[in-house]
Write a protein that binds this ligand. Structure first.
Ligand code: GSH
Length: 123
């Protein structure tokens, strides 16, 4: 079972690589503003998870160079996802807010909808 999961993961990564979308564009001053806002965002993910690949492709299309945090291996990111986010499930978008709290968005479709709404390519 583990080997089948591994093979599927490789296939997902291969297809992702050969169909990698082109990067969206914004006017330079708009892009600078977006990247500043992105500083409080991080995507918790597994490299070969198809739902994570879907979100990474949306990040590329929307030109959002976001920090990616590996939650597959044991360590602080995996622990934070479980203890603060509430579930050991990826993808999950963490948004650090001005009051010091964090918002955690699970579900790839919800993450993409949030990103498209908050960071559209046009002003
Ligand atoms: N419906 C979810 C599916 C996410 C999902 O199944 N992720 C898997 C990895 S590919 C996972 O985190 N599994 C661990 C678990 O569900 O406990 C989405 O679209 O984000």
């Amino acid at each position: 079972m583990e080997i089948i999961r591994w093979l599927l993961g490789r296939a997902v990564l291969f297809v992702n690589r050969v169909t990698w979308p082109s990067q969206g564009h914004r006017p330079p001053d708009h892009q600078v503003r977006v990247e500043r806002e992105l500083e409080g965002h991080a995507l918790y993910q597994f490299r070969a998870c198809p739902f994570c690949v879907k979100v990474r492709r949306a990040l590329r299309r929307l030109n959002l160079p976001m920090e990616l945090r590996d939650a597959r291996t044991a360590g602080p990111h995996r622990r934070d996802l479980l203890e603060q986010g509430g579930q050991l499930k990826v993808p999950c978008l963490r948004i650090d807010q001005e009051d010091g709290s964090s918002r955690w968005i699970y579900e790839s479709d919800d993450i993409i909808a949030y990103l498209q709404g908050r960071f559209p390519l046009t002003d």
